[in-house]
Design a protein around this ligand. Structure first.
Ligand SMILES: Nc1ncnc2c1ncn2[C@@H]1O[C@H](COP(=O)(O)OP(=O)(O)OP(=O)(O)O)[C@@H](O)[C@H]1O
Length: 253
């Protein structure tokens, strides 16, 4: 039986009265790797920020595990935060803290666990991403791929149901990017976490996505929804065809 972990209901939003997203609706099911894609400026990041409760919509709402994050006050928001982790584009690790301290931070803010238990939890999350021996390194000592993996481990430290990843491959070379895709697949299988990912990397989308939505400026919303294979084969929308039938970079090499 599928279970809806995130629901976007008729979301309309924008900036300074200019609408960017209009009546956008979709559901994400537990355990899916769900990708939000679309051209530059179509509203992917805006949508993500609504889903994690950073922005308030003009109308409509977002339910996370059945609870309305769009209307949540400060106290409710603190309760909702335990349901999800976020990895921002640049990883957003604090440069003055080592890897372990970066991971421990959410536990220090949101739990009263003893320090030793916090450290154990952090090391177990680091071992899930293959960084258990790098716990005492500073972010400046990590490669681009290691920074992303540390940021994913930090996003998982409160055992979330959902992990939001904002353009995980940004700034990575194709090999490191493929390694990150394979990590996402492994984590999905091992933990059952639902992944909601903003991406426009065709190779990555075909490798990891169960389902995608494609946004476009022309409609201020969704122009296609389905598996990448299905959209590539069956969509009659020209923009969708153009995107999915680009020659993928791996084929070019
Ligand atoms: N803080 C802001 N203030 C005003 N306008 C904004 C703001 N953030 C985004 N916009 C505008 O909203 C639209 C959608 O932006 P958004 O960043 O959500 O798109 P995107 O699909 O994530 O783009 P990209 O792939 O280039 O990151 C764009 O026209 C952008 O200029």
């Amino acid at each position: 039986m599928s279970e809806t972990v995130a629901r976007v209901n008729n979301l309309t939003s924008g900036y300074f009265g200019q609408t960017v997203l209009e009546n956008v609706s979709f559901d994400v099911q537990r355990g899916e790797i769900f990708i939000i894609l679309g051209g530059s400026g179509c509203g992917k990041s805006t949508l993500l920020k609504h889903m994690i409760g950073l922005y308030k919509p003009y109308s409509g709402n977002v339910l996370i595990m059945g609870e309305d994050i769009s209307a949540a006050g400060e106290k409710d928001f603190k309760n909702l935060v335990k349901y999800f982790g976020v990895m921002y584009q640049n990883g957003a690790l604090f440069g003055s803290m080592n890897v372990l301290e970066n991971l421990r931070l959410p536990l220090e803010i949101y739990t009263d666990l003893p320090r030793e238990l916090m450290n154990e939890i952090c090391i177990s999350k680091l071992s899930l991403v293959g960084l258990e021996t790098s716990y005492n390194l500073m972010p400046s000592e990590l490669s681009g791929g290691m920074k992303k993996r540390a940021a994913i481990a930090r996003a998982m430290v409160l055992d979330p149901d959902i992990l939001f990843l904002d353009e995980p491959s940004a700034g990575l070379d194709p090999i490191t990017s493929a390694e990150l895709d394979s990590l996402i697949l492994t984590l999905s299988r091992k933990t059952g976490i639902t992944f909601i990912v903003v991406s426009h990397e065709l190779d990555s989308i075909f490798t990891i996505a169960d389902r995608v939505i494609m946004l476009d400026k022309s409609v201020k919303g969704i122009i296609a929804e389905g598996s990448p294979e299905d959209l590539k084969k069956n969509s009659e929308n020209q923009l969708v065809q153009n995107f999915f039938n680009r020659i993928s970079s791996s084929l070019k090499q």
